[in-house]
Design a protein around this ligand. Sequence first.
Ligand code: FAD
Ligand code: 2HG
Ligand code: ZN
Length: 494
Amino acid sequence: MRPRESVCMRPFGGSVGGMALRPPSAALLSDLAAALGPRGFSSDPNDMKPWLTDWRGRYQGAAAALLSPATAEEVRTIVARCASERVGLVPQGGNTSMVGGATPEADGRSLLLSTRRLNRIRSLSQDENALVAEAGVILTQVHEAAEQAGRRFPLSLGAKGSATVGGLVSTNAGGTQVLRFGPMRSLVLGIEAVLPDGSLYSGLSALRKDNRGYDLKQLLIGGEGTLGIVTAASLKLVPAPGSRAVAWVGIASPADALRLLRWLEGRLGESVEAFELVPREVLVSVLHHIPGVRAPLAELHAWNVLIELVSPGSGSEADALISEALAEALDSGLALDAMLAASEAQAQGLWRIRESIAEAERLEGPSVKHDISVPVSRLPEFMDKARAAIERGFPGTRIVAFGHLGDGNLHYNVLPPEDGDAAAWISVNGGKMTALVHDLVTSEGGSISAEHGIGQHKIGELMRTADPALLAAQAAIKKALDPAGIMNPHKLFT
Ligand code: FAD
Ligand code: 2HG
Ligand code: ZN
């Protein structure tokens, strides 16, 4: 097998053919300031400060200027000038990346390109069941626009109040409804993007079938801003639900959770849209850190699942379907206790618990985060093996494993021992622990990045664990489309 070092990755992070990326010249900065106007250009450190750190506070970057174009044409102007002058560009949407993907390098040589002013919903067609949104539109705005038209955009996640269409596309975001509707790859019908040479790819038409060769759209989805800047996307809509039911169910183990999921699907089919695993320690952490949250059940069960069921039938049809199914699960002992939300407010309360987990964990302090997937059938066994290995190798740590069980995707995070300096502990042990978790994931045929991407956080682990043929093909694509390496330097590639 070819040694991974030999995969040609390094030339792209800041140099091609030995020529490094350059810092922006004074002439480039003043031309961009003139082209973008005062709302579109700032080099004031106070304006830039909030956007130079990632959501978790792990990376501190710097940038020569913050560019906020308001049209795709302005994005073209920026990219064309940066390509000709070999200046790096870091696209940023809501800055909620979990892997430092939108944080520029600390050397301050790149320009930060925020999509915040690309914020229009250009069109919504009920006949096409599609909506065209610019890159800076926030996910909740997409939800609201779809709802007003009697439709639904079926992707949601805890950062929905900040994450943008461009960021969601570029990370191939997943979230809590992938079980039924898939990640962004399944929901993006078309893309408009500025490619690294400054050309505009106008691929917005909402075609369900299109076999004209390689699919550029799918390369940009999950491309983490390394192949171009997405300026707008056509998003697939689905019918608004007739009714929905949300339940919190106590269970004995992850294996029982999987049994319950398959049993519910057998009875209720695709109407099971969300099936999220929440262990006791995670619930306790949310109750502790997030104001106004209440425990759904009288007992704090070792394991819990949040289930959402959607039915085309209106009124209380979804409630009726799930209560009948859960009653049987309780009778058979598969479920230990269950609470069905009796109102929209209660349903939102249950979702608030789930969507606040990342925030509660952030308030707990630094952790070693892993966003992993394994084949769903192997998830319970993986969890047993990983727990045993971590308890053996890293005594005193606390495992915080939660998430998208139905997709085989867990956030397998580990908190350092409580007594001592957490950051110091992680700097000594974090890498070893990550290698242990990722090796186990890889041996189970899984992925070290299920939904958050690689960014700058996981480059080393990607190179260590990925198939060399895949790495070589990815590097060749990057080199072909971005020979100067200007797009999001040092992300995905070193
Ligand atoms: P940013 O963080 O700004 O950028 C993310 C990446 O996309 C960067 O590499 C950036 O350079 C690139 N990018 C941004 N905009 C563009 C553009 N227009 N063109 C090209 N590249 C671009 N993720 C999930 O998948 N599932 C979850 O359940 C989930 N839950 C989360 C919960 C919380 C509380 C938080 C903080 C994050 C969560 N995330 C989740 C991660 C994150 O929200 C997603 O990755 C999201 O897609 C990022 O969107 P953003 O607009 O914030 O992108
Ligand atoms: C979630 O599912 C997000 O809540 C965040 O993907 C995961 O904080 C995490 O590790
Ligand atoms: Zn997640």
